[in-house]
Design a protein around this ligand. Structure first.
Ligand SMILES: [Cu+2]
Length: 120
């Protein structure tokens, strides 16, 4: 393939990408958050999000036992096995503070609890 052809291809690809982005761009860029579950704590105690902004929360179980995730009133309980990653997608619809926990029995009292702060 000649250099000219390669450049032409790259230009075409760039054009396609730009066109695709322009058409399908969501109203709000999702907020990407990473939360690490360890034995037996979360790596952070608070998460911050904004009303109506979609959240993509990557939950990584770095521990050696089962952990779970739940945000009161926002995300239903879901178990994540050791070494596994789970993507939780949600969009907060109201301002406030919402407790997030590991829903495995005994884990919340042991400290696997935090606060999601939703700002206007
Ligand atoms: Cu846990």
């Amino acid at each position: 393939m000649s250099i000219k052809r390669i450049i032409l291809c790259l230009l075409c690809l760039t054009g396609l990408l730009l066109a695709a982005c322009g058409k399908d761009a969501p109203a709000q860029t999702p907020l990407e958050i990473k939360l690490l579950a360890q034995d037996i704590k979360f790596d952070v105690k608070t998460l911050t999000a904004k009303v109506d902004q979609p959240v993509k929360l990557t939950y990584i179980n770095q521990g050696s036992i089962d952990h779970a995730f739940k945000i009161e009133g926002i995300v239903d309980e879901s178990k994540v096995k050791p070494g596994q990653t789970h993507l939780f997608e949600f969009t907060p619809t109201k301002v406030g503070q919402f407790k997030f926990v590991c829903a495995m029995p005994g884990h919340e009292p042991a400290g696997m609890v935090g606060l999601l702060i939703v700002e206007p």
